[in-house]
Write a protein that binds this ligand. Structure first.
Ligand code: PEP
Ligand code: MN
Length: 339
């Protein structure tokens, strides 16, 4: 339920409503608006009508049910777009266009430093790189784990770029949190609810990729798991879904971007690398992502893609990345954002 306070309602009145909500076994989320506060009361659906009693509080203007199942991710309770701060300099949403770039996997010091320096020079604001890799085959390269995280930290020290890296299992959350500025949840873990709940306890941003077969509604419910635990810094990343088409690795569902804009206040970025699986298709689909109004991109880049230990076929060379960024700049500006 949304409890809309009257304009001019005082702090004490808000506190009294929050106490009442909690006493009834619901969680209260206070959102301070420009002219009034609203309080979200989230809890058991079956008991929500009991909250109507809050109407009798002084300072309450109205009590309205939230129609969508994603109470905190939806726009009913929080109409204004969220901005997720990654570092003192970088925030996703709110008019910026953030490019996260780097190799699929961290492979060596030379590889990550060379890539980090190059993508920074071309205008990327965040360095990506996997240390724990979700591979289809258990015999494929699984990532450098601890060593990979240390190499990423070195790259951050050298370039100043904040880091995003994937957390594969609940077991690694604490360790990955220590190194990463943003924790990535990959497509395969989008409905790992135990992992999502644990990430909801953190104070670091989480980038939640869409699963290969999750609907937008299911994806938003996954975001809700993180938000409902108290972590409000969630970024969504469209990375393609499975369809009957085989010419591309996945089908990049760019229509998800305007749908999400309507349904959620959370920022949305697009990953055309996993979305297409083919290097030559990445720049045009990156442009399309910017044109459809995404808040940024995630791009796989490798100094020698033909030697990459994972996802080489979809990784851009350093030169291709630099060219793509040059083309993107005027388009991003046309879309009213800045890169
Ligand atoms: C990745 O970012 O390298 C990755 C494994 O992505 P996804 O989870 O989208 O497949
Ligand atoms: Mn990859």
């Amino acid at each position: 339920m949304i409890i809309v306070m009257k304009t001019g309602a005082g702090r004490e009145q808000v506190k009294a409503v929050v106490r009442h909500i909690e006493a009834m076994g619901f969680k209260a989320h206070v959102i301070h608006g420009e002219d009034r506060d609203v309080i979200g009361a989230i809890g058991h659906e079956k008991k929500k009508m009991d909250l109507m009693v809050l109407k009798t509080h002084e300072g309450v203007e109205s009590v309205i049910p939230i129609s969508k199942p994603y109470k905190l991710a939806g726009r009913e309770l929080k109409p204004k777009a969220s901005v997720v701060k990654i570092s003192p300099e970088v925030a996703v949403g709110g008019g910026s266009f953030v490019v996260m770039a780097g190799p699929c996997s961290v492979e060596s010091e030379e590889q990550i430093l060379k890539t980090a320096r190059a993508v920074k020079k071309s205008g990327a604001q965040v360095l990506r790189g996997g240390a724990y890799k979700p591979r289809t085959s258990p015999y494929d390269f699984q990532g450098l784990a601890e060593k990979g995280l240390k190499l990423l930290e070195t790259a951050r020290e050298v370039t100043g770029l904040p880091l995003i890296t994937e957390v594969l299992s609940q077991r690694d959350v604490e360790r990955v949190e220590r190194s990463a500025d943003v924790l990535q949840v990959g497509a395969r873990n989008v409905q790992n609810f135990a992992l999502l709940k644990e990430l909801g306890q953190l104070k670091k941003p989480v980038l939640l990729k869409r699963g290969m077969s999750t609907t937008i509604k299911e994806w938003l419910m996954s975001a809700e798991y993180i938000l409902s635990e108290g972590n409000h810094d969630v970024i969504l990343c469209e990375r393609g879904i499975r369809t009957f088409e085989t010419a591309t690795r996945n089908t990049l569902d760019l229509s998800a971007v305007p749908v999400l804009r309507e349904q959620t206040h959370l920022p949305v970025i697009v990953d055309p690398s996993h979305g297409t699986g083919v290097r030559d298709y990445v720049p045009p689909m990156a442009m399309a992502g910017a044109a459809v109004g995404a808040d940024g991109l995630m791009i796989e880049v490798h100094p020698t893609p033909e030697q990459a230990l994972s996802d080489g076929a979809q990784s851009l060379t350093l030169e291709m990345f630099s060219e793509m960024m040059e083309k993107l700049k005027p388009l991003v500006e046309l879309m009213g954002k800045h890169l």
